[in-house]
Design a protein around this ligand. Structure first.
Ligand code: 6PG
Length: 479
């Protein structure tokens, strides 16, 4: 009997190809398929020595090469191309087989596809895969959704190829239907927030202290040896230290300052609004990208007045880099706290029962936001799965309280100098908003009741109330 493959990958652009190679390198026989045969052939020729591949040149041949339950990983563009490939393979598969979408799909699409395929007896697993091309090859962080049953056959393979931290795979079953893609979406939202906060730190160090990128790279390198130790800080130091070969200028100075996005940050914000979760750090980061991209608006407003710039005093300047580290840390905790709240809310809304400690654990390695402090987040959620926010967990609470003076000072320096810090500022406003004994939301309620009879609740009793503003306010008006 000819040997069959334990898994197949269709869509062999760089992510699909690297996932296939990673699987083969771990001893799994992998069937290969791509719309154009050339890619399949090339992969088998170039990397055939890395493991067992079964190249297939038609969808049927591919499906026939798989042992049962067949596991088909689809690695094509999100949207219509994914639907087309799923439809094609659903026709050829049998009940119990598994289709895996490992691209960045919207979780609502994943829910729809999962429900449709379930009707036909097929398992559909939407899985987040983070870590870029290198991660896919050497060990990504993997966030599979779909049925528990599908994880029984698929899980061991995914755990094999995932990054490992302290011997634990950065892969775990997240929850049913769209849970995996939802969690990956929030991962990307946090990625946006983290990148924005790091970028603001750079901008502050440069704007307030006049440091060159290479010197700031050194500061980031030092930070990376402490509590901020993370992949994003590490690559930031490398990007800042890089010199443009063509001009000899710092690389960062020759790059157009308009950040792009493929859309996962935008989805996170949209869903945050739908769920009513204030993910302000992610939202500001997403809007900061869109502001940067409005070239015409920026050109039209060039020269709008700014503050007269009083330089930092000697002592302020001396401690400024350390203050920025503290502001960055505290703002980062807020951004992650918000992201985890969004996962909690999504999980409650869709009945996913997502284990937040497990999510933090599998983000410790392989993914773009991998960071030392995710182990602290894991510990916090393992100790208190019902934690209302990371900000109330013992160690984080203390760290943020200790950082707050420096954090406030950095935000006020930024305001004084006219350096935009939407990420730092919104994080601090969120912190103060949560801490406040009373919020001006009481006044907003009064306004709503005045103009729209929208009613309000009272501090001293149950029920809804309405004031007859026309008579009561008139009586109080000064004569
Ligand atoms: C990852 C990344 C990746 C994502 C880009 C998109 O986890 O490996 O999040 O999935 O495609 O980073 O980012 P943009 O939206 O900035 O293009």
């Amino acid at each position: 009997m000819t040997k069959k493959a334990s898994i197949g990958v269709t869509g062999l652009a760089v992510m699909g190809r690297n996932l296939a190679r990673n699987l083969a390198r771990h001893g799994h026989t992998v069937a290969l398929h791509n719309r154009s045969e050339q890619r399949t052939r090339e992969l088998a020729e170039q990397f055939g020595s890395e493991g067992d591949f079964i190249p297939a040149y038609s969808a049927r041949e591919f499906v026939n090469a798989l042992e049962r339950p067949r596991q088909v990983v689809v690695m094509v563009k999100a949207g219509a191309p994914t639907d087309a490939v799923i439809d094609e393979f659903a026709e050829l598969l049998e009940p119990g087989d598994v289709i895996v979408d490992a691209g960045n799909a919207h979780f609502a699409d994943t829910r729809r596809r999962e429900a449709a395929l379930r009707e036909r007896g097929l398992h559909f697993v939407g899985t987040g895969v983070s870590g870029g091309e290198e991660g896919a090859l050497h060990g990504p962080s993997i966030m599979p959704g779909g049925s528990k049953e599908s994880y029984e056959s698929l899980g061991p393979l995914l755990e094999d190829i995932a990054a490992k931290v302290d011997g634990t795979p950065c892969c775990a079953h997240i929850g049913p239907d769209g849970a995996g893609h939802f969690v990956k979406m929030v991962h990307n939202g946090i990625e946006y927030a983290d990148m924005q906060l790091i970028a603001e730190s750079f901008d502050l160090l440069r704007g307030a202290l006049g440091y060159e990128p290479a010197r700031i790279a050194e500061i980031f390198r030092t930070w990376n040896t402490g509590r901020l130790d993370s992949y994003l800080i590490e690559i930031t130091a490398e990007v800042l230290a890089h010199t443009d070969a063509a001009t000899g200028k710092p690389f960062v100075d020759v790059v157009l300052d308009q950040a792009e996005q493929k859309g996962t940050g935008r989805w996170t914000v949209q869903i945050g609004l739908d769920l009513g979760i204030p993910i302000t750090g992610i939202a500001e980061a997403t809007f900061a990208r869109s502001l940067s991209g409005h070239a015409n608006l920026r050109a039209a407003t060039k020269g709008l007045g700014g503050p007269s710039r009083t330089p930092l005093s000697g002592s302020e300047a001396e401690r400024f880099a350390d203050d920025v580290e503290q502001a960055l840390y505290a703002s980062k905790v807020v951004a992650y706290a918000q992201g985890f709240n969004q996962i909690q809310a999504g999980s409650a809304e869709y009945g996913w029962n997502v284990d937040l400690g497990s999510v933090a654990s599998l983000w410790r390695g392989g993914c773009i936001i991998r960071a030392k402090f995710l182990d602290d987040i894991r510990a916090a959620f393992e100790a208190g799965p019902e934690l209302p926010t990371l900000l109330t967990s013992g160690d984080f609470r203390k760290a943020v309280e200790d950082a707050q003076d420096a954090w406030r000072s950095v935000v006020s320096t930024a305001v004084r100098l006219g350096i935009p810090t939407p990420g730092f500022s919104t994080a601090l406003a969120y912190y103060d908003g949560l801490r406040a004994d009373r919020l001006p939301a009481a006044l907003v309620q009064g306004q709503r009741d005045y103009f729209g009879a929208h009613t309000y609740r009272r501090v001293d009793g149950e029920g809804s109330f309405h004031t007859e503003w026309a008579t009561e306010a008139r009586a109080e008006r000064p004569a």
